[in-house]
Structure formats: C-alpha cells, structure tokens
Design a protein around this ligand. Structure first.
Ligand SMILES: Nc1ncnc2c1ncn2[C@@H]1O[C@H](COP(=O)(O)OP(=O)(O)O)[C@@H](O)[C@H]1O
Ligand SMILES: [Mg+2]
Length: 256
C-alpha cells in the first residue's frame, strides 16, 4: 500500500452543504501518486463538488483536504493551484481569446519568456494531437473535440503534479467521444501523472481508471476496479447502478 508520503490527496471527513442539503457528506478518500482515479455516480451525487473541494475552489464545511502533505487553506490555495491542472465541466475556455491565448494565459501572468512558452506549447500540441495551425482559432471556430484538447493543454501548461477533469467528454457526440477516450488513455499513460476524472459513464470509467470511486448522495459507496464492483457490490445501489448502464450499447460486448 502507498504510504502517507506518496499520497497526492488525502480527504478526511470532508463535507459540503448547500442549504440543508449535503452535496458531499463525510468523504474519506486517499489518492496515491500516479494513480488514475475516476469519480462516478448519478447526476447530482456530488462529483463536481468533490472535485472543486480538491482544487480548493470551494471550502469544506467540515473535514480536511490535504494536497501533497499540505492542508489546503485560503492562504496557500493560490500557490497549490499552480501544481494542479483543472478542466472544468464544459471546458471553460475564454471565447474572446484564441486557443494559444487561452493556453498561455497563466504562464504569461507568471512571466514565462517566449521561447519557454513556445517550447511548452509545441510539446502539448504534440501530446494532444492538436494542429499548430489551429492555435490561432477562437473557441467558436473549433470543433468540440478540439476545444477539449485546448482545455487539456491549458490545464497542463504549467506541468502540474495532478490533472483533474470534470466530465471532459460529456458534451461530445459518440464517435468523437470514443476517439477522445482512446486519446485520453494514451495521454494519461504518457504523462504518468496523477489523474482525477469525473464521468457518469461506467464504460468510460472502466476504460480509463485504475480505481473507480462510486458516489451516491454525497457519499462514497464503493471504490475499486470494475470487477470488484460487479463481483462484490457494497450494497444494492452498486448493483442497480451497474445494471442501469448495461443497457447502453457501448457496453455490449465491451467492459461489462
Ligand atoms: N453552488 C451550489 N449551490 C447550491 N447547490 C449546489 C451547488 N453546487 C452543487 N449543488 C448541489 O449539490 C448537489 C451535488 O451537485 P454536483 O456536485 O454538481 O453533482 P454532480 O456533479 O455529481 O452532478 C446537487 O444537489 C446540487 O444541486
Ligand atoms: Mg457535475
């Protein structure tokens, strides 16, 4: 087992409430270095909220979020954020900036020089198979798949220790989605970084993850690989969740 020194994230008793409702409810979660973890569960179960807590965009009402041995606080969150690459749901590109401007915004803010920026962008375009000629396009002039590649490049620009992605393929049509799943798997392998990714698609989770973390009503119900969820479900919800996804054609003859 990974010792404390090698963990990327350690969440202990983390809760976040909105009004009377617990979006995230007493979550304990340890994510080791170089692990690829996928958070999954039905809409509204707290996946995005959990990711935002890990990135420090919102603060827990109770519990602790430790990133690389440091508790995330309002004092250190800005510095810690530079070691995390985060892709929000729907990509979050600035529409009035070109792909290149979107990708390099933070590096320019940190006064990287032009040669360093150019070299990094070329590395990332190669990694994500993004054509250099398209870097001068605005988000509206790109396909959905290209926008996702740009969002990924932006998140990776500062060479973060961890990459967090919130349903990066959610809005794409099935053909493009399948291509990007393939590409993402190769990119994750080449990077060798810790990845925390949200999806609601079990086949996608099984294809990409070392560890699947299944959430229900703000709580972690079970974590492990797909076969452990199928063979030893923690409760009826796990079985229902898996069976509900077996009907979708992508799973037939596939992972399930
Ligand atoms: N900023 C917010 N204000 C009020 N309620 C919120 C807010 N963010 C999330 N919630 C609620 O918390 C629950 C979990 O939301 P979310 O984390 O977005 O779920 P998921 O990403 O799994 O679909 C939902 O009931 C949602 O309505
Ligand atoms: Mg969400």
């Amino acid at each position: 087992m990974a010792g404390a020194s090698s963990s990327m994230f350690e969440l202990t008793g983390v809760s976040k409430r909105y009004g009377g409702h617990a979006a995230v409810d007493s979550v304990d979660l340890c994510i080791g270095q170089s692990q690829i973890v996928v958070l999954i569960g039905p809409s509204g179960c707290g996946k995005s909220t959990l990711l935002r807590l890990m990135v420090g965009l919102i603060t827990a009402d109770a519990g602790r979020v430790v990133f690389e041995q440091e508790s995330i606080t309002t004092d250190n969150v800005q510095a810690l954020r530079h070691r995390m690459g985060y892709v929000i749901q729907d990509g979050g590109l600035f529409p009035h900036l070109t792909a290149r401007q979107n990708i390099t915004l933070l590096a320019r803010h940190l006064n990287w020089n032009d040669p360093r920026i150019k070299e990094r962008i070329e590395t990332l375009a190669d990694l994500t198979s993004f054509p250099l000629a398209a870097l001068s396009r605005y988000p509206l002039e790109m396909s959905g798949g290209q926008r996702q590649r740009v969002s990924l490049m932006r998140a990776l620009m500062l060479d973060p220790d961890v990459l967090l992605l919130d349903e990066p393929l959610g809005a794409l049509d099935p053909m493009i989605r399948s291509q990007l799943q393939n590409d993402l798997r190769n990119i994750f392998r080449r990077l060798g970084k810790t990845v925390v990714m949200v999806t609601h698609d079990l086949a996608e989770a099984a294809y990409l993850a070392d560890t699947i973390v299944l959430l229900h009503e703000g709580r972690i119900v079970q974590q492990g690989d797909l076969s452990s969820l199928i063979d030893s479900p923690a409760n009826d919800f796990v079985t229902h969740f898996i069976n509900a996804q077996r009907g979708s054609s992508i799973l037939q003859g596939g992972a399930l």
